[in-house]
Ligand binder design. Sequence first.
Ligand code: NAG
Ligand code: NAG
Ligand code: NAG
Ligand code: NAG
Ligand code: NAG
Ligand code: NAG
Ligand code: NAG
Ligand code: NAG
Ligand code: NAG
Ligand code: NAG
Length: 691
Amino acid sequence: MELLPLWLCLGFQFLTLGWRNRNGMATASQGRCLLVEGVADCRGQNLESVPSHLPPYSQRLILDANPLKTLWNHSLQPYPRLESLSLHGCQLGRIGRGAFRGQARLRSLALPDNSLSESYKDTAAAFRRLQALRRLDLSGNSLTEDMAALMLRNLSSLESVSLARNTIMRLDDSVFEGLGRLRELDLQRNYIFEIEGGAFDGLTELRHLNLAYNNLPCIVDFSLRQLRFLNISYNVLEWFLASGAEAAFELETLDLSHNQLLFFPLLPQCSKLHTLLLRDNNMGFYGDLYNASSPREMVAQFLLVDGNVTNITTVNLWEEFASSDLADLRFLDMSQNQFQYLPDGFLKKMPSLSHLNLNQNCLMTLHIREHEPPGALAELDLSQNQLSELHLAPGLPGCLRSLRSFNLSSNQLRGIPTGLFADASNITTIDMSHNQISLCPQPAGLARLDPPRCVDFRNVASLRSLSLEGCGLRALQDCSFQGTALTHLDLSGNWGLLNGTLAPLRDIAPTLQVLSLRNVGLRSSFMELDFSGFGNLRDLDLSGNSLTSFPRFGGSLALQTLDLRRNSLTALPQRAVSEQLTRSLRTIYLSQNPYDCCGVEGWGSLQRLHTIADLAMVTCNLSSKVIRLMELPGGMPQDCKWERVDMGLLYLVLILPSCLTLLVACTVIFLTFRKPLLQVIKSRCHWSSIY
Ligand SMILES: *[C@@H]1O[C@H](CO)[C@@H](O)[C@H](O)[C@H]1NC(C)=O
Ligand SMILES: *[C@@H]1O[C@H](CO)[C@@H](O)[C@H](O)[C@H]1NC(C)=O
Ligand SMILES: *[C@@H]1O[C@H](CO)[C@@H](O)[C@H](O)[C@H]1NC(C)=O
Ligand SMILES: *[C@@H]1O[C@H](CO)[C@@H](O)[C@H](O)[C@H]1NC(C)=O
Ligand SMILES: *[C@@H]1O[C@H](CO)[C@@H](O)[C@H](O)[C@H]1NC(C)=O
Ligand SMILES: *[C@@H]1O[C@H](CO)[C@@H](O)[C@H](O)[C@H]1NC(C)=O
Ligand SMILES: *[C@@H]1O[C@H](CO)[C@@H](O)[C@H](O)[C@H]1NC(C)=O
Ligand SMILES: *[C@@H]1O[C@H](CO)[C@@H](O)[C@H](O)[C@H]1NC(C)=O
Ligand SMILES: *[C@@H]1O[C@H](CO)[C@@H](O)[C@H](O)[C@H]1NC(C)=O
Ligand SMILES: *[C@@H]1O[C@H](CO)[C@@H](O)[C@H](O)[C@H]1NC(C)=O
């Protein structure tokens, strides 16, 4: 017995040796650094200085997450061929003035998350030797604008600089002086509230500028013509105004989301803009508030003060988009704003528009007019507005011919223009959830109402996905989805929709893959729900109904996920049903049903066959107690076995011993005290007669 620990120790020893050997063979390791083709990776090795024994020809050195604290003059001397050095999170406070002596080949230097503000002058002096440096990452170093300016001075070879997550507040024309080759500048997550005119003037090659998460209150006279990408999201912008000149801008992507803009931005008159992101601002169009009689008064004048020169720019706010060049615009996100309408000619200016997002605005009507066919539009999101009407100019056939996805969820629509979906011959996805609509054909009684306000999905052959959740639909007619090949259908929250029969879904049963029938008032008393014809169904949601028995799934079945929560099931599925499902079913939800603890024999095998996603929440009901099924010992509790026994017999068994005892006791007493007892009674009677 004493040998056992020894054996264990030996075994462990061998294991660790074996592991070390294998590790050693996979890659050459020097000390604790991995060496692969000129790259020395010493990440997180708790090194306090740069290792000096690495191969001198190393080109790339990764020292991230080591507590170096200081980069000495001699630290990098053994590696004169370095092209890339990464010192992410090394607690660096000091970099010796001579630390980069002889590093003429260094092109990429990453120093994020250190404390370089501590002795920034030495660091700046050290950088001056890096005359080949292209990429410099100084993010997360608590640098102010003066420190940054000093560090970047004369690094004229730089192409990409990150100063993200520092404490820069103002930018003037000295900060980026002499960085003539800079293409990419990241200034996100600083505290910039002011950019002086001319701050970026020397950056003639600048393409990519990120100013997200700063405190900029406005951009006026934007004139960076060379810029392709500009991100000013998450600031406090109230104005964006491009310089009025007619010069061509290269701008392609502009992100102004999460600001406080009140007006549509005043964009360059000539640009290549293809993506414009305006999500989460306070924008609206205001033209309809004012009379056409006095449009000239609706102007804003900007005073641009630069030194002792003051320029006045006049802008007509009610036609703010009119002068912007939106001809190349493909992606426009105007969600989460205050737009109440789209002005005449707005869509006409964007012939290339393919994605338009107007989610969460205050639109009440949408009027697509004759001369603004959004012919390229593939995705249109109008969800969460107050739309009660959609208008299409008459005689505008196929104006939505490219539309693939149309989201009208959560509006106040009661119908849509006749033939809209029939014209949209490419449409695959329609979300009309949370609108009070009815479907065509209507029941005979209602159809005679003048003009029939129903939405017709019949014969929309391209349609694959349809959501009609919470639409207040009445009992479905048998052919509402005739001529479609729907794969995804959501009919949840329409109480009484399927009046005890799955017949209305028969047309699409062979193609359906995902079907949601949550909260539609299904009861199995009508019939046993039979999904036999649904040969491709993968995902079925029947939660929140009143099913008392398990649905039937005959035939070949692809079902993978089944949700039966919040029903009235009292027993688990019969073994036969369960085995039938085994072939494909992967996940099943069963909780919030009043199972009888005595009817859960199938539990063990069910658990073995499928993943019960809400296992811990499945409970059953044992004589007015609620018990988690997981906690039931050995499947069925003892009490149930008792309950199974005939109640009469049970009572007999319980009562019989007491009766027998009583009988015996009586007999014994009777036999023992027969005479004296009688006498006692007699004498008592006698005494009582005295009274
Ligand atoms: C590092 O080198 C610089 C000159 O390149 C010198 O001024 C400085 O004193 C040196 N620092 C140390 C600690 O040797
Ligand atoms: C930066 O370069 C300019 C000329 O391009 C030179 O006059 C100046 O001395 C340099 N500054 C430093 C600190 O090297
Ligand atoms: C702009 O920056 C924010 C914050 O980093 C980011 O979430 C967003 O995706 C960026 N926009 C674009 C268009 O890349
Ligand atoms: C519009 O003009 C009419 C008369 O021209 C005037 O009665 C009305 O008050 C004006 N409305 C607004 C909002 O200025
Ligand atoms: C105003 O600007 C001019 C040049 O634009 C300059 O000559 C003049 O000194 C400036 N005046 C003041 C008071 O700054
Ligand atoms: C003011 O306008 C003049 C002429 O249009 C222009 O040359 C000058 O650059 C402008 N100044 C500012 C600060 O916009
Ligand atoms: C459907 O869209 C494709 C491009 O996605 C387009 O080529 C085709 O013409 C469209 N179909 C119709 C009928 O417009
Ligand atoms: C439609 O928009 C709603 C609300 O914005 C969203 O929840 C839903 O997922 C969208 N539908 C589709 C099909 O994208
Ligand atoms: C529901 O079905 C029953 C018989 O199955 C029928 O009498 C009743 O009219 C139907 N209700 C509706 C609204 O179709
Ligand atoms: C137990 O089940 C019965 C029906 O069989 C139900 O009426 C009762 O409310 C259930 N008890 C609990 C605590 O859920």
